[in-house]
Ligand binder design. Structure first.
Ligand code: GAL
Length: 414
């Protein structure tokens, strides 16, 4: 069972806050509960403890984080916010506007975050110029994962177009193999949808549709083609897909029950935790089309009372963006570091591909925020899109009806 553990934790870095003499403690709400996710968050727990912190774990199971966000709302509404929360994208701004986030600028400035974080990531972590979240990683969403032996035994190459994917799926079905391992949960339907949309709409079309909410693009013939492809995808999943957790779908690829999974690279964390090797046991490739859908996990600190909790927040923020954590956590999680100065020599071929593609897409204008994972839009708009996507996936709704429903749902959500 391969796993990555912390190296010698360097002496406690400067805790840039005025509570340096308190006993750091933090209750941390997150939704990292699968095998690979749990190993990853354990890295932070261990580092926090090694630096004198007391960690109270508040895991909320449910991939994609919907359940965790429901639990967060309940806690904040009851006036009992957790110390730190796994929170990302525009949701950070939404909570900041509620006036409940702590300012972690002192830690960010003392540790020079502006110099080591790409502007595209730092931008998500700032609220009206102050630092309001600490970035953990860069996940890529638009990946295809495959069982290497299944593809080899069936004479199939990793597809580089959706036509090739469809041809491979037909060949696999004829051989009695499930082409696409999938969990029938709305966020997973949305994950497949946005990868298909990127490939068919292209980077500019994706940006117009899911960042700018451009009606012409949302109701275009290309968007109809996206739903046409989603209808085909529905035909490639097994009869028991409904409600399946994403990591159980990953396990289906791992054990050869299914050939492919379209999922962010937290799926790689499951392969790694199971001791599987990229290029040997499993293959990774970006989904067909140009571009890179990023999903940056981060922690926001909530405005809580008590010097011990404030010290815990400062320590957590410092560790999360620290060099050592950024390497060890991401080796386990399947993502790549958010920091630009972490050597990737210990990272595998999939991570190197992700890093290279991220840099290339950043230069080429095709580095895009994942809508399905809360990086592109606020909750009302992203939820409106996902409701249509999952309704279409789980019915015989026509593509034309789905496109009209999409435009109407977004218009009604604004
Ligand atoms: C994403 C999250 C990832 C991973 C995934 C499955 O939204 O950013 O870190 O946890 O959900 O739960």
């Amino acid at each position: 069972m391969k796993s990555y553990v912390l190296g010698a934790v360097s002496g406690i870095a400067l805790i840039a806050s005025n509570v340096a003499h308190a006993e750091p403690q933090a209750e941390v709400l997150h939704y990292w509960t699968s095998g690979g996710e749990a190993k990853s968050v354990a890295v932070l727990q261990e580092e926090f403890a090694a630096n004198g912190g007391t960690w109270t774990d508040m895991p909320v199971a449910g991939g994609g984080g919907d359940a965790a966000m429901t639990a967060l709302r309940a806690r904040v509404l009851s006036g009992n916010a957790p110390t730190a929360v796994q929170l990302k994208g525009p949701a950070i701004q939404e909570w900041y506007e509620e006036g409940v986030l702590a300012d972690i600028s002192a830690v960010a400035e003392a540790n020079n975050w502006d110099a080591v974080l790409p502007a595209s990531i730092a931008g998500h972590m700032k609220c009206e110029g102050t630092w309001c979240a600490a970035p953990v990683n860069v996940h890529r969403v638009d990946w295809i994962w495959a069982n290497a032996d299944v593809l080899s035994a069936n004479g199939i190459e990793m597809p580089s177009t959706w036509d090739e994917f469809n041809a491979a799926a037909a060949k696999l079905q004829a051989a009695g193999i499930i082409p696409l391992a999938h969990g029938g949960q709305a966020w997973q339907d949305a994950t497949v949808f946005e990868a298909v949309a990127l490939g068919i709409l292209g980077a500019d079309g994706y940006r117009k549709a899911f960042v700018e909410l451009d009606t012409d693009t949302l109701t275009s013939a290309e968007m109809v083609a996206v739903f046409d492809q989603m209808r085909l995808m529905r035909g490639y999943v097994d009869g028991n897909f409904s409600g399946r957790d994403w990591n159980l779908a990953t396990a289906m690829v791992m054990n050869g029950e299914a050939a492919f999974q379209i999922m962010g690279d937290w799926a790689k964390g499951e392969f790694i935790a199971a001791g599987k090797a990229p290029g040997e046991d499993f293959l990774c490739a970006s989904t067909p089309g140009e571009g890179f859908l990023y999903n940056v996990d981060s922690f926001a600190m909530f405005d809580v009372d008590g010097d011990d909790k404030k010290a815990g927040q400062a320590l957590l923020a410092e560790l999360v963006v620290g060099q050592n954590f950024q390497k060890v956590f991401n080796l386990n999680k399947g993502s790549i570091p958010a920091r630009t100065d972490v050597a990737l020599d210990e990272f595998d071929s999939c991570a190197i591909l992700s890093s290279d593609d991220m840099n290339a897409s950043s230069e080429g204008g095709s580095l895009l925020p994942s809508y399905a994972h809360g990086m592109a839009l606020r909750g009302a708009q992203s939820g409106a899109i996902t409701d249509v996507v999952t309704a279409h996936f789980n019915s015989d709704m026509s593509s034309a009806d789905a496109v009209q429903m999409l435009a109407d749902a977004i218009a009604n959500s604004l």
